[in-house]
Design a protein around this ligand. Structure first.
Ligand SMILES: C[S@@+](CC[C@H](N)C(=O)[O-])C[C@H]1O[C@@H](n2cnc3c(N)ncnc32)[C@H](O)[C@@H]1O
Length: 469
């Protein structure tokens, strides 16, 4: 099968770019739902950003983590109960990971009940903890208990020390219930986000319920993100003996160092995120090759002296001001998802504005001739500004990054552009529409891609680019 300039991604460049469609809000049910959820996705977006920003998170130093104020002030009996429960949960680690956080939260619950003399069960509707023997066990390990509670219940921020025990009781009941519904890992990851913690203190019941709904449909996504971006896993294994053993359960998502090896299942109830088994490798594997033979030089290099005063083709700024890091591009918060019938796709974990560049299409560089000889689903045909003699394509068939998973839509929101940057041609994905968090990123492969292969387009829009698609 041979691809022409207009049969695969380049069609998106010439075709869709010149036919820009503006986004018009409609009164459809879908649109109404979208608007209603948008304020909550704003919150979710900040929570995700907080978690993304935790790549370099280091767990608080137990020696310097201040104990909680209400713990300092509570009467002796309560302190003993609290300590006892925390120790109990440490001993119970072999039971199950889920139980652990429930125990922690039970400990917190009892602490609050004793500190305030108020049983929030009636207010928050939480079930009563069952550890009737808790008051009898005393170990005196107060500092460790405080450290653990702060670390895993997320109250290390100084402000939390001044919240009333009542507020904490309500908040803890929320965490506790969330842990029961979404698993302790989800709570542990979320608690790294200050927005999440603030929200759980400030939101009324209705708003909290809306957020919980959103969390429940994205449990795997949050857990996966947490595995790669938070220090909780390390903090947890450092603090708890046998943590590894406990964590090696069915729900564990792999930790192989690359976030984009994993895709979030479309079924929110699925336990395990799937790892890519296509043999495809993720990474910046841009290589120069012509079916085994190397190009004489990198065919993306533009001829003539490299003029540093030329603006960057990606951001339009001059080189002093340009901070594009296209060679190792990964700033966009996106994730891979399994779609129905269309394989793996890409969805946004933040909102983006039309015009933003979200990633570079990378892969092996092959000659155009080689790409014509092979029915390669991932080939990006030719670069417009490349010198004819060095004409080449990029394929992410074997190597590439997440951009290879961008699916086709007949109402796409993204195009590929070839831009010159520092004397080199790069292929980048630029958005043509604003997109919201959780929306799929799509591009236009061109109708020839589907018609030429007899493939059916499953993008789901009412009117396809071609009636036979
Ligand atoms: C460049 S790849 C995109 C990533 C791909 N979904 C995967 O899992 O590797 C192109 C392939 O994705 C699938 N695909 C993408 N968009 C599609 C659509 N709108 N309808 C049906 N299949 C689609 C087709 O199998 C197509 O050959």
């Amino acid at each position: 099968m041979t691809f022409g300039e207009n049969t695969i991604f380049p069609a998106a460049i010439s075709g869709v770019a010149s036919r820009k469609r503006k986004y018009h809000p409609t009164n459809s049910t879908k649109e109404r739902k979208r608007r209603a959820m948008s304020s909550m996705t704003d919150t979710m977006e900040v929570i995700y950003r907080d978690i993304f920003d935790l790549v370099n998170y280091t767990a608080p130093d137990p020696a310097t983590t201040p104990p909680l104020r209400h713990i300092e002030q509570q009467p002796q009996g309560v302190s003993e109960t609290f300590t006892a429960l925390t120790d109990l949960l440490l001993q119970d680690m072999n039971d199950s990971a889920h139980k652990t956080v429930v125990s922690e939260l039970e400990g917190a619950y009892w602490t609050s009940v004793h500190a305030t003399g108020f049983n929030f069960q009636a207010v928050a509707g939480a079930d009563t903890p069952t550890r009737s023997d808790s008051e009898a066990v005393i170990s005196g390990n107060h500092e460790r208990a405080g450290m653990l509670m702060s670390r895993f219940i997320g109250t290390t921020d100084p402000q939390a020390r001044y919240h009333s025990a009542f507020t904490l009781a309500v908040v803890w009941s929320r965490y506790w219930r969330l842990a029961q519904e979404c698993g302790w890992k989800t709570v542990a990851v979320l608690l790294h986000s200050s927005r999440f913690r603030d929200f759980s203190r400030a939101a009324n019941l209705t708003r909290w319920g809306e957020l919980v709904k959103l969390i429940k449909t994205n449990v795997m996504s949050i857990q996966l993100l947490g595995s790669f971006n938070t220090g909780w896993y390390k903090a947890f294994s450092d603090a708890i003996p046998d943590a590894d053993q406990v964590l090696t359960d069915q729900e564990r998502v792999g930790y192989d160092g690359h976030y984009h090896h994993w895709r979030v299942p479309s079924d929110p109830n699925a336990k395990v995120a799937e790892r890519h088994s296509t043999g495809f490798e993720v990474g910046d594997y841009t290589k120069i090759g012509n079916n085994g033979e190397a190009f004489a030089r990198d065919p993306r290099l533009k001829r003539g002296a490299f003029d540093i005063s030329q603006p960057c083709g990606a951001c339009g700024k001059t080189s002093g001001e340009c901070h594009c890091n296209l060679e190792n591009w990964s700033p966009a918060r996106i994730e891979l998802v399994s779609t129905v019938g269309r394989g793996t796709g890409v969805r946004a974990l933040q909102s983006f504005k039309a015009g933003e560049i979200i990633g570079e299409y990378i892969g092996e560089l092959i000659s155009n001739k080689a790409s014509e000889d092979d029915d390669d689903l991932y080939v990006l045909w030719g670069h417009k500004n490349a010198h004819e003699r060095d004409s080449y394509s990029t394929t992410s068939n074997h190597y590439g990054n997440w951009t290879r998973f961008v699916n086709h839509s007949c109402e796409a929101n993204c195009v590929i552009e070839h831009v010159a940057r520092r004397g080199k041609m790069l292929s980048v994905y630029r958005l043509t529409k604003d997109i919201a968090m959780f929306e799929e990123v799509t591009t236009n492969y061109g109708e020839g891609y589907f018609l030429g292969r007899g493939l059916k387009c499953l993008c789901g829009v009412e009117k396809h680019l071609h009636p036979l698609m």
